[in-house]
Design a protein around this ligand. Sequence first.
Ligand SMILES: Nc1ncnc2c1ncn2[C@@H]1O[C@H](COP(=O)(O)OP(=O)(O)O)[C@@H](O)[C@H]1O
Ligand SMILES: [Mg+2]
Length: 262
Amino acid sequence: MASTKLLIDDVSMRFATPAGAFHALDHIDLAVPRASFVSLIGPSGCGKSTIFNIVAGLEEPSEGRVLIDGVDATGAIGRVGYMLQKDLLLPWRTLTDNIILGMEIKGVKLAEARARALPLLRRYGLAGFENAYPRALSGGMRQRAALLRTLLLDTDVILLDEPFGALDAQTRLRMQEWLLKLWEDFGKTVVFVTHDVEEAIFLSDEVHVMGTRPGRIIATIPVALPRPRLRACTATPDFMALKERCLGLLHIEAPADIEDAA
Ligand SMILES: Nc1ncnc2c1ncn2[C@@H]1O[C@H](COP(=O)(O)OP(=O)(O)O)[C@@H](O)[C@H]1O
Ligand SMILES: [Mg+2]
């Protein structure tokens, strides 16, 4: 059994609002094993992004702690890589120069940073676009660039908040396979937020299903499907059973949301 890389230890969050305290997270306990891939799924507003903001040190929890490698990292900035749904590439920089941004901020010299980035651009599906500007690229390519930038930050833990949410279905499937390859190559510990149950199961070692009001973890579902994962695994009875289980939990949690969406 791998050791714990990231530990969210009894974290609760209350936001001060004009209407009084809003209880956003209730006693979140989450142990993420080293080099594993875990997902959080749950209805919108259940606190997924708030958990990420706390782990990234952007918000202080009302209670509880965040530990990385057993060391208290609550409120510490720069200990994890964090990527939002929107790619946030700088339009005036080429792809290469966007990808090295994190290295540059850390003081790596420009020529060295570029030399480190180029083989990665080529290996991970961006060959030929090294000097292109973001506006010339497809949504999928921009997300690849943003993900590579996050990976090059030299942090062991990566938080991905619905990185494929805005992509079309076909591109999304290809991006999932691309991300798994990257994860296998880099050995990072990944926490992934998605609305898509199938995406969560396909990618993860463990899926944490969240409920709302207040946000909490209602179930942790281990995904024992073999790796490397091939797309065909999504048609197996084991995969379908996991999907049914997740959908059942989400339905119990948010029947009104599902009716609203219908
Ligand atoms: N700074 C804030 N002040 C008050 N309420 C907030 C703040 N940030 C988030 N919330 C509320 O906390 C809940 C969880 O938000 P969020 O973490 O963004 O959910 P999710 O990412 O799961 O959709 C939501 O009801 C949201 O409105
Ligand atoms: Mg969110």
